[in-house]
Design a binder for this molecule. Sequence first.
Ligand SMILES: Cc1cc2nc3c(=O)[nH]c(=O)nc-3n(C[C@H](O)[C@H](O)[C@H](O)COP(=O)(O)O)c2cc1C
Length: 200
Amino acid sequence: MELTQAIERRRAVKKYDTEYVISEADFRALVELATQSPSSFNIQHWRFVDVTDKEARQKIRAAAWDQAQVTEASKLLVLCADVKAWEKNPERYWNNAPQAVSEMMVPMIKSFYEGREWIQRDEALRSVGIISESLMLNASAMGLDTCPMIGFDQEAVGEIINLPEDHIIGMIIALGKRREEPFQHGGRLNFETVVVNNKF
Ligand SMILES: Cc1cc2nc3c(=O)[nH]c(=O)nc-3n(C[C@H](O)[C@H](O)[C@H](O)COP(=O)(O)O)c2cc1C
């Protein structure tokens, strides 16, 4: 499928075919392609919690205003970010680069993030946002559907997935096959509204 078609086809889908189960091979292919996404200093803060446990899915649904897609979609992914990934063996992010590049980039990571908690968190959320869209478009290209979600109790879901202290949740994504077409969406802001010429 063309990228433009995948973009146009993607919707926040809430009603899923409960019989459909994504294969592990398709799931792996989907995630591996999404991990080609860009991230600041190539830190790749994203960590996906694939919630396969049925009881945990029910508990998350209860913590998410009983949104049906939480349990009805084939997969439920909690898209988390390691806020401290910048300081955890940063050499690994530049392993394959030429040595001169790696020697320049790795120390820059430390000087950019050390002591700047706000940007550590912003960056972690940026990374989750970018990979989430890659994942959703890739799913759309495969004829699959997704629903990004922030309508849930962060603390409760954090407890269910045993979220480490230095990680945050960016969003939850339900993944599966639509069982009916989503309603016409709210509409999009036009070009003139979203593009600012030189200055606000
Ligand atoms: C970060 C984020 C959080 C969202 N949270 C929810 C949610 O909790 N429940 C829901 O049904 N839709 C949720 N949505 C879906 C939006 O309502 C939807 O993307 C928007 O209305 C545009 O419609 P479309 O995605 O079908 O084009 C969320 C979307 C994003 C990006």
